[in-house]
Design a protein around this ligand. Sequence first.
Ligand code: SF4
Ligand code: SF4
Length: 342
Amino acid sequence: MKKRSKFLSRKLRETIFITRALLSSEHPVLAHVIPMRRCNLACGYCNEYDKVSQPVPLEVMKRRLDKLAELGTSIITISGGEPLMHPELDDIIRHIRSHGIIAGLISNGYYFSPERIERLNEAGLEYLQISIDNVQPDEVSKKSLRNLDKKLQHLSEYAEFHININSVLGGGIRTPEDALTIAQRAVELGFSTTVGVIHDHDGTLKPLTEKEKQIFHAVKKLGNKDHARLNWFQDSIAEGKPYEWRCRAGARYLYICEDGLVHWCSQQRGYPGIPLEKYSMEDFKREYFTEKWCASTCTLQCVHQVGILDNWRDPQVSPGEMQAEQDKKNSKGSVGEMLGAD
Ligand code: SF4
Ligand code: SF4
């Protein structure tokens, strides 16, 4: 009963946030924040963790969350590293919820005991995503169904928040059928499921093999229907073809690293690299209207989904054109005015 009422309240808030995002393009829809860069695992392909960094202090995190609230952010997802290694994660979640913002979490799943799940329920967590790479652990990844199955059973029994299990295909993964086994287990446990298509090790975009394509379509059929509808870009990526869309990273989507800097996303750190506390609507508009050179081969599902809200409006300009606009702006008007933005 409690789970059902939380589900209905979450759906209602989501509908309100989507309507708000369609009516106005002047606030962030989704921000990823990193309170903990350290990770308990060391996946061979990952460039998002270290083994030494300390947790970002709670007071610092709170100031960052306040600033995101001031910008009008609808959803904040806590990512890492492994966020469950942060000793004050529950307080971070509570602080997000105190602003009326939807609170999500991305984790590798290793720390989910019944007691830990109850604490996350109590803190007000609303979404959890776990990515599982394979059925049996290997030298590249230990995010494996065999290692995590017990934790998934705990989640199925105790969690009051929504859980999505993501599996992956492409990138030379040796046993693509694992993605289907993982998705089937997720559905059996009452979770939604998505599949990510990843690049080859050298970053090139190669079409999936026939076998991988069959698995891709089977997993999509099993999966979260809302996500499947929103992830059209994956059909092009699966065929090894570029996909044309408008990435709104730096504006509608924000990635805030452990140092509190705003980046386009986890894969384009350094752009624009401005401290969040100084991030202004002028920065927001500049990034909203700037075309991203990496867009046509991008596989980041959440940024694509945010992009859909504005794909039908506000064409972008190249970084070079934007620079020229900015140079002009220094003598008169704002970037938004120059581009004829509302
Ligand atoms: S668990 Fe996640 S953050 Fe940690 S090394 Fe693996 S992919 Fe990276
Ligand atoms: S297109 Fe993809 S990789 Fe490039 S900035 Fe946007 S989200 Fe990041």
